[in-house]
Write a protein that binds this ligand. Sequence first.
Ligand code: UDP
Ligand code: MG
Length: 316
Amino acid sequence: MQLSLVIPLYNEAESLEQLHREICGVAEKNNYNVEIIFIDDGSTDQSWNIIEKISANDSRVRGIQFRRNFGKAAALQAGFKAAQGDFILTLDADLQDDPKEIPDFLRLMETGLDVVSGWKQRRHDPWHKVFPSRVFNGMIGFMTGVKLHDHNCGMKCYRREVLDEIALYGERHRFIPVLAAARGYKVGEKVVAHRARQFGQSKYGFTRFAKGFLDLLTIWFLTRYGQRPQHFLGTIGLTIIALGIVGYCLQVIGLMLGLGITVANIFVACVAGLFSPYFLVPILLGVLFIALGFVAELFVSKTIQADTCYAVRKER
Ligand code: UDP
Ligand code: MG
């Protein structure tokens, strides 16, 4: 069994040597066949020099240096592409994740899980990170059904085939367990020790949560309706049209009661109802939603790869 450790980093020079030492300690104690891949996401400090130094002295260590800062998801994706292990474990480079947790991750994977996500039960971060994060985790669980306590934990372990199926871009790295579960993979979690940041600064501020919420909406839409967008947009469209028809009927009834019920008045009320905003606005809006649904379906029909519509567990 080979284990690949994928470590994205951005300006974490002070932490790298200690992290490497800690990983080596765990690997030696447990006799792991390990490869360590550092991805320098465009650091402007000494990080890359240190990676070169570590890698020159330890053949298990490889490094990838980005030309500029592309973000954590891109760094992870580059690491996943390079990784050759059967199991791939990601951890942050800032020493907040403890390599001593690695054996427990692997034990859990051996119980048949495909993804094990860390859970920083006792977090050593300021409250203004911890509180929004709780709300965010609750929302992800509610909207996607993947109820992990800590989607944002950097320490996660995957079976390699999971990552072969999922393309990371944007800031999707927080949603790999959700995307994996949507493909039928078994996802679990494990409590991990979390340490306070010793060196450098956190790379994420408050805006992470607004962006994270938008990403959550996208992931929710893509995993549910990505292959049938008209079911989503069309349902909204039809609902609005139905409201328009109710609006029309109420308008006609109101007019008739006002004018008095005669054959001529019924005709006038029915025609006038057609021009009322309570009818026209919802009908137009509903038709727009359905038209948007057709455009989305057209896009899907041109880009879909039919064999991604399902996921096979075994064949024989
Ligand atoms: N990171 C990265 N690229 C970025 C931002 C962050 O590779 O653009 C790395 C960072 O160096 C660290 C990990 O992602 O190893 C998590 O970042 P950070 O510790 O700042 O996040 P926090 O722990 O505060 O949530
Ligand atoms: Mg951190």
